[in-house]
Design a protein around this ligand. Structure first.
Ligand code: ATP
Ligand code: MG
Length: 328
């Protein structure tokens, strides 16, 4: 099995064929701001890439573009906004019977929008035009599926695709949920309260009900920036376990560490900046946990369409009266 953590990093070429997995698409979501979505995307992306997995990160945050800035990529001509626009135009032309717009076939359609940031690690940067996505997409048919269309050619070219979402549940995040097979939810236990994930779970249920992505699943949560010495953080962690049980696995805990901020300020991921640091090791263990889920779900070569269901679909509180929300 491909291992990410510690010294067990092995190149993909050395793995057994049955360990091969292609194009797992995971969206890193939480409508709350500053909970570690971007930090987690970059750290996990780096961990996967260092393990020899071809990894693509997509920056869907139009305002801060933190991931784009963190990787030192300038917000130039390449962007996910351009990639989405190209798909919209091609769809419109096809609808009108005009075949003049050719966006390329397979990975050729995506390559103009990707930037290499490290060996095995590519990025589709954010674009300022994403800020008007709500407006632009309003009249576009199938507007929630545009990102899925953008990423379709990447299925064969990458092993893992991580989408860094903005802090909202708007059209860009719905696009991410439409494109992803699974969700990774970073939460900061300091600011978590019982039921505070319910809006997110409601949105996931809506996405599944509307058949935008019936197979969308939740891989689990990452407790980020955690100070488990505080009573609240400890209590809330226990509460999550009691409330959701196995439906909402805790993939790992990344403790509060100034080194994580130092890495960000140096424009690097903690996994690359200080690979032996406990926060880097925690992210490597989380990457392993995710691979374990995905490989368990797909022991043979992974499907390249959104049919994988690595873990339970949408968590529903099991404790009486904890949620009041019914199954999707
Ligand atoms: N384990 C940690 N220890 C210390 N600081 C951390 C840790 N994890 C994240 N941070 C810091 O917390 C801040 C917010 O993190 P990040 O930008 O990843 O959150 P986000 O959810 O992407 O925010 P937004 O919703 O604004 O996009 C950053 O300054 C980051 O460096
Ligand atoms: Mg962010």
């Amino acid at each position: 099995m491909t291992r990410v953590a510690g010294a067990r990093v092995t190149a993909r070429e050395n793995e057994n064929k049955e360990d091969y997995m292609a194009a797992i698409i995971a969206a890193v979501v939480n409508e709350k701001g500053g909970v570690g979505k971007t930090t987690s995307t970059y750290a996990l992306g780096t961990a996967f890439a260092r393990a020899g997995l071809r990894t693509l990160m997509v920056d869907m945050d139009p305002q801060r573009a933190s991931l784009t800035l963190a990787t030192g990529v300038s917000r130039g001509s390449k962007s996910v906004a351009d990639a989405m626009q190209a798909v919209i135009e091609a769809d419109r032309d096809a609808e009108e019977g005009d075949t003049a717009t050719v966006v390329g076939a397979g990975i050729d359609a995506l390559t103009p929008h990707t930037v290499a940031v490290a060996p095995n690690l590519d990025l589709i940067p954010s674009g300022k035009e994403l800020t008007s996505a709500e407006h632009v997409l309003r009249d576009v048919p199938e507007r929630d599926r545009i990102l899925a269309e953008v990423l379709a050619p990447a299925a064969d070219a990458y092993d893992i695709i991580l989408i860094d979402c903005p802090p909202s549940l708007g059209v860009l995040v719905i696009n991410a949920m439409g494109a992803a097979q699974t969700l990774i939810i970073p939460v900061s236990p300091e600011y978590l309260s019982a039921g505070s994930l319910e809006d997110l779970f409601d949105t996931v249920r809506r996405v599944k009900r509307r058949r935008l992505n019936p197979n969308l699943s939740i891989a689990g949560i990452i407790l980020t920036d955690a100070d488990l010495r505080t009573t609240h953080a400890r209590e809330i962690t226990q509460e999550i376990r009691a409330q959701y049980g196995a439906d909402l696995p805790i993939l790992g805990v990344v403790k509060h560490a100034t080194e994580v901020n130092n890495a960000a300020q140096a424009g690097r991921s903690i996994v690359d900046y200080a690979p032996k640091h406990p926060a880097a090791l925690a992210y490597a263990e989380i990457a392993d946990a995710l691979l374990h889920h995905w490989q368990r779900a797909a022991p043979t070569p992974a499907p390249t369409t959104a049919t994988t269901e690595p873990t339970a679909a949408v968590p529903t509180a099991t404790r009486a009266g904890a949620s009041g929300v019914s199954h999707a």
